[in-house]
Design a protein around this ligand. Sequence first.
Ligand code: ADP
Ligand code: MG
Length: 189
Amino acid sequence: GLAKFPFARDLAGFDFEAQPSVDRHQVRELATGRFIANGEAILLLGPPGVGKTHLAVALGREVIVAGYTVLFTSATALVANLAKAHADGRFDERLLHYAKPKLLIVDELGYLPFEQDAAHLFFQLVSRRYERGAMLVTSNRAIGEWGSVFGDPVVATAILDRLLHHSHVITIRGESYRLREKRRSGLLQ
Ligand code: ADP
Ligand code: MG
């Protein structure tokens, strides 16, 4: 299909016991896809390894089953793609590609800071989708740090304004799931 998930994960495989900062009832509700019908956004925030991408993929699968189209991309690939299309005079076409699916999942926003031009292209995409389709964004950076992610506080504010307007912000705390499993099995101190 269209989704292009980086790995196969589902909600059944998510250990909610291990992750008390995630409300399983909220996740179950989001999995119905009603947030998409309502044009809302989901922000999954937290440090590396706490299950952001797992939950993003699992929710993506659930809403496909519920009948929605989904496209999954890393933030880096998305922005590189938009920048290339812009340079080639095909930006509108590319924007349409990313605006079409009912849910666009943008993974790992903030791992690399955006160039200022890239931040602007990303803003155009967020504006295009705003109230027409839903977005799910994962980030290892707190919302207060997005100004430095986008390299421009004005663009960051404009993006956040749209993403946060109707949104579900899930902040996942704790240590990396993999490290924690290793520690449990005695492989780490
Ligand atoms: P993040 O995107 O936050 O960096 P990932 O979603 O890639 O983290 O999680 C890292 C690995 O740990 C993945 O293989 C994921 O399936 C697993 N994982 C993380 N949290 C959980 C959890 N609560 N239950 C089951 N597996 C988890
Ligand atoms: Mg991830």
